[in-house]
Write a protein that binds this ligand. Structure first.
Ligand code: SDX
Length: 429
C-alpha cells in the first residue's frame, strides 16, 4: 500500500521531507519546514489568483469543470432547475437537505415576512444621483442595512443569525427593485406577500397603475430558474470575498456588501451586462469575423466565454439557452440572439478558442433573456446578486462553523527595495 505522502528533496541542501497528502492535496504550511538555513522563514507556495489553491473544505457545491457537472449538496443542477424552485434551493444550500413540506412552508413564510425595508432606506436611496448604477445602489444599501440591525453583529447567536439570513434573502429583491424604480424615475412598489418570491420581485419591478400585479407565469418561472442557476458556484471570486471579509467576523450585511462589490466586476458577475454591450457593439452577424480576429489578437475578451473552472460547456449555459427560447415565445425573439448563436457557432469551431477551452458560460445567454423581459443591462448583475445571496450566506455560515476557521491573511513574496534611510526633501535629487 503506497504511503499517502510526497517525498520532496531540496536539491539546495540534499535534505528530503515527507509531506502528508490528504484529499489529493498537501497543506501549504507543511512546506515551511523546508529551509536552507535554520533562521529561514521556510518555504511557501505562490499562487497569485489562487488558481491551484484550495481555500477551504466545503460540503455545499461540487463542480467538475472537465465534465461540466454542477451539484448543489449532491443534487444535479439539471434536476433542481426542472423540479425545484429558488426558495427551496436556497434552503437546500443553507441547511444541506431538501426541506419537508412543513419546513418549506415555514421557510417561505419567514422569507415572505421580511421583504419590507425600513422607510429610512428610501430616503437613503433617494440620495443617489439620478443616473446611479443599480449595482452601486445595491452595494451601498446592503452595507447600510448593517446600521439598521446592530444585533446582526451577534453572528454566533444562532437565532439572531437566522433572522439576518432571512432579512438578506428577503430584502435583496426589494432593494434591487427599488434601485431599478429609482433609475427609471418611477415610484417604489411595496412587496405583495400574496405572490411568490420571484413573482413579488417582478411586481416590485414592473407594477404600474393596476390594483394587483399579475406576473406572466412563463417570465416568473424563467426568472426563478435563472435564480436557481446563479444561486451558488463554490469558491468563485465573490464567494471568496464573502469568506475572506467574513473571516474577520463582521455582520453578514457588511460581508454581503463586499461580495456584491466583487460580483460587480466585468470578469465576474458583470459579464452578463458586458455580453449585451458586446453583442450590441458587434451589431450584425457579418461583423463577427472582425471581432473574432480582434479577440484572437488579445484586443478584447469575448464576454460570456471562458471560465476558470469549466473547461467544457457550462451546464448552466445549456439550461439558460433552453429558457431563452421559452421566454422569446412570450416576449418575441431578441434580435441579438442570432448574433449570439452565430458567435457561439464560430467560437466552438475555431482552434484558437477550442485550444483555450473557451465555451459559453452562464452569462452568455442570460442577458438576452433579461433584455427581452424589458430589463436594462444595468440590472443584469443585480439579478445575479439576488440569486447568489443564498450561496454567499451558505458559504459564510459554513465558514463560521468551520473548526479550521481563522482570519484570512495571505503572505507575500517581497520584491521591493532593501532597507534604506530617509532623505530630507531639500537633499533629494
Ligand atoms: C462568472 O468562478 C466562477 O465560478 C464564476 C461564475 C460564478 O457562477 O460565480 O461562474 C460566474 O463569473 C462566469 C465568467 C464570466 N466572465 C466572463 O465571461 C468574462 C470573459 N471571460 C474571461 O475574462 C475569462 O475566461 C475568465 C475571467 C472567466 C476566466 O479567466 P482565467 O481562468 O483567468 O483564464 P485566463 O484569463 O488565464 O485565460 C486563459 C487564456 C488566455 O489566453 P492566453 O494568454 O493563454 O493566450 O484564454 C484567453 C486568455 O487571453 N481567454 C479569452 C477569454 N477568456 C480567456 N480570450 C478571449 N475571450 C475570452 N472570454
Amino acid at each position: 500500500m503506497s504511503k499517502e505522502t510526497l517525498t520532496i528533496t531540496d536539491n539546495r541542501t540534499g535534505q528530503t521531507y515527507e509531506i502528508p497528502v490528504n484529499n489529493d492535496t498537501i497543506q501549504a504550511i507543511d512546506l515551511r519546514q523546508i529551509k536552507v538555513s535554520e533562521g529561514d522563514f521556510g518555504m511557501m507556495s505562490y499562487d497569485p489568483a489562487y488558481s491551484n489553491t484550495a481555500s477551504c473544505k466545503s460540503t455545499i457545491t461540487f463542480i467538475d469543470g472537465d465534465k461540466g457537472i454542477l451539484l448543489y449538496r449532491g443534487y444535479p443542477i439539471e434536476q433542481l432547475a426542472k423540479r425545484s424552485n429558488y426558495l427551496e434551493v436556497a434552503y437546500l444550500l443553507l441547511y444541506g437537505e431538501l426541506p419537508s413540506k412543513s419546513k418549506y412552508d415555514k421557510w417561505v413564510h419567514d422569507i415572505t415576512h421580511h421583504t419590507f425595508i425600513h422607510e429610512n432606506i428610501k430616503k437613503f436611496m433617494d440620495g443617489f444621483r439620478y443616473d446611479a448604477h443599480p449595482m452601486g445602489m445595491l452595494l451601498g444599501t446592503v452595507g447600510a442595512l448593517s446600521t439598521f440591525y446592530p444585533e446582526a453583529k451577534e453572528i454566533f447567536d444562532t437565532r439572531l443569525r437566522e433572522i439576518q439570513l432571512h432579512r438578506l434573502i428577503a430584502k435583496l429583491p426589494t432593494i434591487a427593485a427599488f434601485s431599478y424604480r429609482r433609475t427609471v424615475g418611477q415610484p417604489y412598489v411595496y412587496p405583495d406577500n400574496d405572490l411568490s418570491y420571484t413573482g413579488n420581485f417582478l411586481n416590485m419591478m414592473f407594477k404600474m397603475t393596476e390594483l394587483k400585479y399579475k406576473p406572466d407565469p412563463v417570465i416568473e418561472k424563467a426568472i426563478d430558474v435563472l435564480f436557481m442557476l446563479h444561486a451558488d458556484h463554490e469558491q468563485n471570486c465573490s464567494t471568496s470575498a464573502m469568506r475572506s471579509v467574513g473571516s474577520s467576523l463582521p455582520d453578514p450585511f457588511s460581508a454581503t456588501a463586499a461580495a456584491i462589490a466583487a460580483l460587480y466586476g466585468p470578469l465576474h458577475g458583470g459579464a452578463n451586462e458586458a455580453v449585451l454591450n458586446m453583442l450590441q457593439q458587434i451589431e450584425s452577424k457579418d461583423k463577427i469575423p472582425e471581432y473574432i480576429k480582434r479577440a484572437k489578437e488579445g484586443e478584447f475578451r469575448l464576454m460570456g466565454f471562458g471560465h476558470r473552472v469549466y473547461k467544457s460547456y457550462d451546464p448552466r449555459a445549456k439550461i439558460v439557452k433552453q429558457i431563452a427560447h421559452e421566454v422569446f415565445e412570450v416576449t418575441g425573439k431578441n434580435p441579438l440572439l442570432d448574433i449570439a448563436l452565430e458567435l457561439e457557432r464560430i467560437v466552438l469551431e475555431d482552434e484558437y478558442f477550442v485550444k483555450r477551452k473557451l465555451y459559453p458560460n452562464v452569462d452568455f445567454y442570460s442577458g438576452l433573456i433579461y433584455q427581452s423581459m424589458g430589463l436594462p443591462t444595468s440590472m443584469f448583475t443585480v439579478l445575479f446578486a439576488i440569486a447568489r445571496t443564498a450561496g454567499w450566506l451558505a458559504q459564510w455560515k459554513e465558514m463560521l462553523q468551520d473548526e479550521e476557521r481563522k482570519i484570512s491573511r495571505p503572505r507575500q513574496i517581497y520584491v521591493g527595495p532593501e532597507k534604506r534611510d530617509y532623505i530630507p526633501i531639500d537633499e533629494r535629487a
